[in-house]
Design a protein around this ligand. Structure first.
Ligand code: PDD
Length: 314
């Protein structure tokens, strides 16, 4: 199957209908609605998290909740629910979607918290009640050949947001920076786009973090390069320690990427995807490398093991 065909299939599966919880009210996606006066819509003021289940359990739920609260705090936005209440809302919605109860019934879960409804002013006091939305869909893994053959990415010209502007630490609903970068990648038929920061160093992809492998060591840009501290990225450090693979942070430049032995990207929905080509240049031998494969296998084993001991969503 060609990359383009597999992408079309992926979008077809991704476009399967969602079940949505808007401020506690569950509906199908056609009936999920929010006011145009919500400042999430008007100004992009909001934060989000994307989770998935393994064995029916939301994976690394506590870490996602911590990051959600950090992101919200950086917008002076309060999350109006406890972790327990968010967990209950997840579970209700996953159950309503008929998911989370079997190995081929894993869920994709997106939670959004926005400023809420208010007058046309930037004054947060105009919006007393934040909105909380949970979107649940069947989880769709990338096609098997994405992992087997690896993917092409584009080194895009769109610069990652300056941390003094909209800090990439914030997992914000305001995704213009990411969307513009990914448009460049789409135009090149690429799976992802790698962005540089304002200093010209490599930062992250539009929806994932990335690593290079040099002399057996996996290297990823440091957080102060201006990037989202990915939960999968952090998990790769833990998996690497157990698999005897050195994983470190390092400032990376274009030459490090093009001279790498291997390269891969990480995210909740993609796990670890080998990158074998950047624009028209092959990375390493042009096929997924040993370190990437080892980390992917160890990642999957650990993710499933961590999720196996609890009962599935009930
Ligand atoms: N994207 N960097 C950016 C800009 C991201 O949007 C994401 C996640 C990541 C990886 O983070 P994590 O490992 O915690 O998923 C890095 C999610 C999947 C999304 O946008 O839906």
């Amino acid at each position: 199957m060609s990359f383009v065909t597999s992408q079309i299939l992926l979008y077809a599966q991704r476009s399967m209908p969602a079940i949505v919880n808007v401020n506690g009210r569950i509906s199908d996606q056609a009936h999920a609605a929010i006011s145009v006066f919500d400042h999430g819509f008007l100004y992009g003021e909001g934060v989000y998290e994307t989770l998935r289940t393994y064995n029916g359990q939301p994976f690394l739920f506590d870490r996602h909740m911590r990051r959600l609260r950090t992101s919200a705090g950086m917008l002076a936005l309060s999350v109006p629910l406890t972790d327990g209440e968010i967990d209950a809302r997840f579970r209700d919605t996953v159950r309503a979607a008929g998911l989370g109860d079997g190995p081929d019934r894993e869920a994709y879960i997106r939670i959004l918290v926005t400023r809420g409804i208010g007058e046309l002013t930037y004054d947060p006091a105009a919006c007393p009640t934040p909105s909380v939305v949970v979107i649940v869909k069947p989880n769709v893994d990338p096609a098997p050949e994405v992992f087997e053959r690896g993917v092409k990415v584009t080194l895009v010209s769109t610069v990652r947001n300056h941390p003094g502007s909209v800090n990439p630490l914030i997992k914000s609903n305001n995704l213009i920076n990411n969307a513009l970068a990914m448009q460049e990648a789409f135009r090149q038929g690429s799976f992802e786009g790698i962005m540089r920061n304002y200093r010209g160093e490599l930062a992250e992809c539009t929806q994932s973090n990335f690593f290079i492998v040099r002399d057996g060591v996996a290297l990823t840009p440091p957080i102060d390069a201006g990037l989202l501290p990915g939960i999968t990225r952090a998990f790769v450090f833990e998996v690497g320690a157990e698999a005897d693979i050195d994983v470190r942070e390092a400032v990376l430049k274009d030459a490090d990427l093009f001279g790498a032995d291997e390269c891969f990207l990480t995210s909740t929905t993609r796990e670890i995807v080998p990158i074998v080509q950047v624009d028209d240049r092959k990375i390493g031998s042009g096929v997924p490398g040993r370190v990437t494969q080892t980390l992917l296998n160890a990642f999957r084993a650990k993710a499933r093991a961590l999720s196996i001991h609890q009962p599935a969503i009930s």
